[in-house]
Design a protein around this ligand. Structure first.
Ligand code: FES
Length: 329
């Protein structure tokens, strides 16, 4: 155990480049001086360089979604980076790090003499490495780029800065609600216990901010939060159809009810069963969604057609880290 500790200390000191002078200051050598191994050092440098290049390759491939078979290339680049790094460490261990067996018993490791001996061992050991600076640089380069490659996938948690587009939807004050065949929805078409899909008239139905779910609730059941007061139109409420968990389409409405498990009608996402309460502003009742459904304010025009009274109150779509605390304009 004590011996292992000594060698760990020795390895750390060697890596950090403790000392530069060589064997120590007139003391008796513990390790025979040996010639620098040019070839081994070059091989280690080459392997560290290849590891760095592979890690950089990983980052580059990650940045371009358009690359065909991107996942396979990512795996290949990361695998090669680790492989070259491991090979560099193996060659270092085998060819550059001195191997000496001391048969005498070490005094307790806390003893200052023990420490001195370890330091002398390291000083003498690094004598045999002539390109210490370059090797250090190679090690730092490979370690740094590998670390960077490991951090880059965190970007997939979603955009943090360029998020303006995530708040843009086709919904404006006065925009008519239509069905899939572009027929305008009348308020009287919407019945309780049914579930309807609506789109903005004249806009692209494929946009993330376009589709709505419409349900009608008895007015005495509505309990919208204060900041959503007036968002319903005669008991009809409209929410984004895109689940705030991972973006699937809300496509189930749990009615009729089976008491006591289903105390109120709810909008359900079929992907991971996030369940939203339409009576309370789309709050999450169950499931992995981290925030409620965005709600669209509604009005009924003079002819009885449903129209938007403005944009959603929240960002539409999955809960990227950049959208949680922002509001659509
Ligand atoms: S995408 Fe809706 S619950 Fe996961």
């Amino acid at each position: 155990m004590a011996r292992a500790k000594d060698w760990i200390i020795a390895g750390l000191v060697l890596l950090l480049g403790r000392g530069s002078g060589g064997a120590g200051d007139g003391k008796r050598r513990l390790i025979q001086r040996r010639p620098a191994s040019d070839r081994a050092e070059l091989v280690v440098l080459l392997l560290l360089g290849l590891s760095s290049l592979s890690a950089i390759g990983f980052i580059v491939v990650y940045a371009f979604d358009s690359i065909a078979a991107q996942t396979q290339y990512l795996g290949l680049a990361l695998g090669l980076a680790l492989l070259f790094f491991a090979a560099a460490l193996v060659v270092t261990g085998k060819e550059l790090v001195p191997e000496e067996e001391l048969v005498e018993e070490y005094p307790p490791p806390e003893h200052p003499r023990d420490q001195e001996t370890v330091e002398q061992l390291v000083d003498e050991g690094v004598d045999g490495i002539s390109r210490r600076g370059l090797l250090k640089l190679g090690l730092l380069g490979a370690g740094g780029t590998l670390g960077l490659a490991a951090l880059v996938p965190a970007l997939s948690f979603g955009p943090a800065f360029r998020i303006k587009e995530l708040f843009a939807t086709p919904w404006r004050k006065g925009r008519l609600l239509v069905d899939e065949a572009n027929r305008p929805w009348k308020a009287t078409d919407i019945r309780e216990a049914d579930f309807y899909t609506a789109f903005p008239a004249g806009a692209d139905k494929e946009l993330q901010g376009s589709p709505l779910v419409l349900v009608r609730l008895p007015k005495d059941r509505l309990a919208l939060p204060a900041d959503l007061a007036g968002y319903d139109a005669d008991g009809i409420v409209a929410y984004s159809k895109i689940c705030t968990h991972a973006g699937c389409a809300i496509s189930m409405y749990r009615v009729p009810l089976f008491q006591p498990d289903e105390p109120s009608p709810a909008l359900v996402c079929p992907c991971h069963y996030s369940t939203f309460d339409p009576a309370k502003g789309g709050t999450v009742l169950f499931g992995p969604a981290g925030r409620r459904l965005p709600m669209l304010p509604l009005q009924i025009d003079a002819k009885g057609y449903l129209r938007a009274k403005g944009n959603f109150d929240e960002a539409v779509g999955p809960s990227w880290w950049g959208v949680r605390n922002r509001k659509p304009s």
